[in-house]
Design a protein around this ligand. Structure first.
Ligand SMILES: Cc1ncc(C[n+]2csc(CCOP(=O)(O)OP(=O)(O)O)c2C)c(N)n1
Ligand code: SF4
Length: 245
């Protein structure tokens, strides 16, 4: 019987995320899709700040670290001069949707031919769990100790409500709470990758995923929190004109 390789070869080392962190599952899916598409040697990834920056140690494609939310701007430049490469950004919600919201929106407005993967865990993970744009109403974080309030902090940001106004190629939101959702999300990543390969322009997949360390919950309770609290607000699926299709 032939030997079955179960880990994408682009993942060459143990990852360094906390146990149960969503990044581990999500970056594995991204690696699998890149391998399936034969892009391992052509992919250039841009990370910015946050725990996504840790992945460059174990994920063997070329990476550029663009500080503080600038990943979409750097990816734009890279793609424009290296059109033959596949260019992705891999970012947290704090980085892509809070600190770097201007860069993210402007890349979408221009329908840049890049692919953005955003892990939405509702907090700034790496720095100790502060509130981000996507923190839910009532969610307690280090900087919203009584829970986020709409009056004080504004509404949580559903990025697709903004991106629906622009002519972008592909938008989808998935999660990783069970195998079925993981498979669906992987398919969304595949389609986002194909959008760029077919020169259709900007694609984003947002993935709702846990940060057990800052949510202070074990991984099983994290999945329940996603199902009960995050998914009713952050609708899953593929989006056209801001609606799930
Ligand atoms: C000028 C400056 N602002 C802020 C930070 C701190 N910083 C590092 S990571 C991060 C947020 C990361 O959050 P997110 O993008 O949601 O990623 P996660 O860690 O949750 O994956 C921030 C604010 C910094 N290092 N320098
Ligand atoms: S702090 Fe949160 S997001 Fe960062 S590695 Fe740990 S669990 Fe993952």
């Amino acid at each position: 019987m032939g030997k079955t390789r179960i880990t994408p070869k682009v993942l060459h080392d143990e990852h360094k995320f906390c146990a149960g962190c969503g990044h581990g599952t999500v970056f594995r899916m991204v690696a699998e899709v890149l391998e399936e598409k034969g892009l391992d040697s052509k992919a250039i990834g841009i990370v910015a700040v946050g725990c996504s920056g840790i992945m460059v140690d174990s994920f063997g494609i070329d990476w550029i670290q663009a500080q503080h939310g600038r990943a979409a701007a750097v990816a734009t430049g890279v793609k424009r001069v290296r059109d033959d490469n596949f260019v992705l950004t891999y970012q947290g919600d704090g980085d892509a949707l809070c600190i770097g919201i201007a860069e993210t929106l402007n890349a979408a407005i221009r329908n840049e031919n890049i692919t953005t993967i955003v892990l939405n865990n509702g907090v700034f993970g790496m720095t100790g769990g502060q509130m981000s744009s996507t923190t839910l109403i009532g969610q307690k974080t280090k900087t919203s100790t009584k829970g986020r309030s709409a009056e004080l902090h504004g509404q949580p940001l559903d990025i697709f409500n903004l991106l629906k106004n622009f002519n972008v190629a592909y938008l989808a939101r998935g999660t990783i709470t069970n195998f079925k959702e993981i498979n669906k999300t992987k398919n969304y990543i595949r389609k986002a990758v194909e959008a760029q390969l077919n020169n259709k322009g900007y694609s984003m997949v947002e993935i709702v995923a846990p940060c057990p360390t800052n949510w202070k919950l074990d991984p099983v309770k994290c999945m329940k929190k996603i199902e009960d609290e995050f998914i009713p607000y952050y609708k899953l699926g593929e989006f056209t004109n801001g609606e799930v299709i």
